[in-house]
Design a protein around this ligand. Structure first.
Ligand SMILES: [Zn+2]
Length: 276
């Protein structure tokens, strides 16, 4: 059983609604077990939210597990615990056409499910806070577009978004859905069964399945990449500056669903040792 919670305004106070709901099926598989909620901790959170005047919220993969996306680091249910697979590395993607082919073949299979996932009550709560003027800014490490689907606008997607694709040569952007149609046109008889979904929409495929998959290029001939920051890459410095300014303007910071083990300044894989 997992506890679902939502936060809402009630008579000027910020209430935490707790409802015990069982999460079963594929969604429940990715939700880590949690200890029973401590009423005092909930009151503390209510006080914190009530007193905030300019609240900045930062979210990580943990907020999306109840939408059916596994996180990386949770015990037993996170990607690192369930598989020996590591996320794709930025340098490998740039250097190697076979790596890109494998990436896109897997991503093609995972896309219909990944793109259809929906926000859960935590995403909706943050969107409501924005509508009510309670949330000053939202920063997410997630690339799943679930905050956007919930209607959040005062939002920075620190690591980009899987719903956009860009050309590594000319920089042109296209919606990911358009690329899916091009994949389908190029691979009319290709089919593969998905074996599990990763936080970035990736799935697992065999080498034979991958080798016959055809990947389109940009109109300029350049390779295509999702508009996300892969491990080993760094976040755009302008984006980092922008978030720093929002943090300075805020009077309180709430972190939801992140282990904070990845530092946005740093190459993602080296983050734990980076102090800049
Ligand atoms: Zn191009």
């Amino acid at each position: 059983m997992n506890c679902r919670w939502t936060l809402r305004a009630a008579k000027g106070r910020w209430m935490v609604n707790i409802s015990q709901q069982c999460s079963h099926g594929s969604i429940g598989l990715f939700v880590p077990p949690s200890p029973p909620l401590d009423p005092e901790k909930i009151r503390e959170l209510q006080r914190f939210i009530t007193l905030s005047k300019r609240l900045l919220v930062m979210t990580g993969a943990g907020i999306s597990t109840e939408s059916g996306i596994p996180d990386y680091r949770s015990e037993k249910v996170g990607l690192y615990a369930r598989t020996d697979r590591k996320p794709i590395q930025h340098g490998d993607f740039l250097r190697s056409a076979p790596v890109r082919q494998r990436y896109w073949a897997r991503n093609f299979v995972g896309w219909p499910r990944f793109s259809s996932l929906q926000p859960n009550p935590a995403h909706w709560a943050l969107s409501n806070w924005e509508r009510l003027g309670k949330l000053y800014w939202l920063v997410t490490q997630n690339v799943d577009a679930l905050h956007t689907k919930a209607g959040s606008q005062r939002l920075t997607e620190l690591h980009g978004c899987m719903h956009r694709v860009l050309c590594l040569n000319c920089g042109e952007q296209i919606p990911r859905g358009v690329l899916q149609e091009r994949f389908e046109a190029l691979n009319p008889t290709w089919s593969a069964e998905a074996h599990g979904l990763a936080p970035d929409g990736d799935v697992f495929l065999t080498e034979e399945q991958v080798r016959s998959f055809r990947v389109p290029s940009c109109r300029c001939g350049g390779p295509l990449k999702p508009d996300v920051v892969f491990f080993g890459d760094t976040v755009n410095p302008d984006k980092v500056d922008f978030v720093h300014r929002r943090v300075k303007e805020a009077d309180s910071l709430l972190v939801v669903g992140s282990s904070l083990q990845v530092h946005p300044h740093c190459p993602r894989e080296e983050a734990p040792n980076c102090n800049t």
